[in-house]
Design a protein around this ligand. Structure first.
Ligand SMILES: [Zn+2]
Length: 54
């Protein structure tokens, strides 16, 4: 399983910016700990569903 975005370090964000772009595109979930967003809840430590429809 992929590491959650919540655990990404600054360097990893820079290095994986293309992967990050696809993860945060059209987000369905947000993390209620750190407010990150992702299309898949597996990328977040405390996911909550966002009330959005794309
Ligand atoms: Zn989090």
């Amino acid at each position: 399983m992929a590491k959650t975005l919540c655990k990404w370090k600054k360097k990893e964000i820079e290095k994986n910016v293309h992967e990050l772009a696809s993860i945060v595109d059209k987000p369905n979930f947000a993390c209620k700990d750190c407010a990150r967003a992702a299309h898949n809840k597996n990328y977040l430590c405390k996911p909550i569903k966002l009330p959005l429809s794309h």
